[in-house]
Design a protein around this ligand. Structure first.
Ligand SMILES: [Zn+2]
Length: 390
């Protein structure tokens, strides 16, 4: 097994594999570590980037899991990298691609994390999972828990799209709707998980197992693109998706299969933009956002009780030479409609922020002519049609 355990992102203390969420010394989030030397001893780039098979567990050497004869999967991952055609002409920006995560089994990128999570739950001997969710995590957790035969309890804030609630119920999960925002749901889920001894799959940086699933997006992009795009543009709440993709590219560079890293752009709705605010102010730390107001419910995370998660993402954005970009509600709706009408891709509002951000990146002088850009379409629009103008 190449998975060694976790390292604290604050004080660097090492922890062997166990039911862990954060550092018991300093409280910072954890990051999975592996024996990379052993990984590289037996592999070529071709074998890794074009590995046959379905599901993210085909990359299990670099996932925090024990070998298993019968891993749980719904065939997540292997999503297409599509070159944008008509919107490129409209925006006068060449070389835009979409990593279309909307075609995952439950229609969002969260399936990658939940596939890893339910297998980790089996490794840890846990029979119940709990999460707070703005919808997509809850749907994915409920589906994978059903497949794995685990009990599943999902906390969502009031105002979560009805489509997402219906799907969570359809998978047989227990649903609790919390009066308040995502931060309130987060606190209740955390309390209940501790009380029950259940695995908390909330998709901030809280669960150091599940977030590793997201880095498989980097492996797939490098294979399909044939190298490293100049920019990866990612909608972010707390931002574990962004940091995991960057980690995936760092692993490929460590292997010597790529010679540089992409610049990472994190996108938030201007009505809930704690990371963008800190980035623009030049602050080292992210502060919680007072009252989130945006139709992009999937990334409406005020970071109320865990602003350090935002700080971890901010550090990675800066380390990559990237940017944090805020986009307004009109642009989110406009690009959601535009993606459907011009490219045939229906995304949820949170995903449309990535495309809207390209206009801002260009205006602010971040993009050089001819640079390649991959935007991540995180979730399908069918789960959030009420805000649609399509
Ligand atoms: Zn620590």
């Amino acid at each position: 097994m190449l998975f060694l355990g976790f390292e604290c992102t604050g004080c660097r203390r090492f922890y062997p594999p166990d039911l862990l969420y954060c550092c018991s010394s300093c409280g910072a989030s954890l990051d999975a570590v592996y024996n990379y030397e052993r990984w590289l001893a037996s592999l070529s780039a071709e074998e890794w980037l074009f590995r046959p098979g379905e599901g993210v567990l085909k990359y299990r050497e670099l996932l925090p899991l024990r070998p298993s004869a019968s891993p749980i999967s719904l065939g997540e991952g292997n999503t297409p990298l599509l070159k944008i055609r008509n919107i490129s002409n409209i925006m006068n920006i060449e070389n835009i691609y979409i990593k279309n995560e909307t075609v995952n089994p439950t229609l969002s990128f969260k399936d990658r994390a939940q596939a890893v999570a339910v297998n980790a739950a089996a490794d840890l001997g846990l029979s119940d999972v709990i999460c707070a969710s703005t919808g997509n995590t809850g749907v994915a957790a409920a589906a994978y828990a059903a497949r794995a035969g685990l009990g599943c309890l999902v906390y969502v804030p009031a105002g979560t799209p009805e489509e997402k609630l219906a799907i969570i119920r359809a998978f047989g999960a227990e649903l609790r709707i919390v009066e308040g925002n995502y931060g309130d749901a987060y606190e209740q889920a955390a309390r209940e998980a501790l009380g029950r001894g259940a695995f908390n799959l909330t998709s901030t940086y809280l669960n150091p197992y599940s977030i590793e699933g997201h880095k498989t997006i980097a492996y797939e992009i490098a294979g399909a693109f044939g190298g490293v795009p100049d920019w990866i543009v990612v909608p972010i709440g707390a931002g574990p998706l962004l940091s995991a993709i960057y980690k995936g590219f760092r692993e490929l560079r460590l292997a010597g299969w790529i010679d540089r890293l992409p610049r990472m752009a994190g996108v938030q709705a201007a009505g809930c933009a704690p990371i963008v605010k800190a980035f623009e102010a030049g602050d080292a730390d992210v502060a919680p956002w007072d009252s989130p107001r945006t139709i992009a419910s999937g990334i409406a995370d005020p970071l109320t009780t865990y602003p350090a998660d935002g700080t971890r993402t901010l550090r990675i954005i800066r380390e990559s030479g990237g940017a944090a970009i805020g986009v307004d509600e009109g642009d989110i709706l406009g690009f959601r409609e535009c993606l459907a009408r011009e490219e045939g891709i229906v995304v949820e509002a949170a995903s449309a922020t990535a495309m809207a951000a390209l206009v801002r990146l260009k205006e602010q002088g971040w993009l050089d002519k001819g640079q390649s850009i991959v935007t991540v379409a995180t979730g399908h629009g069918l789960k959030d049609m009420a805000v649609s103008t399509i």
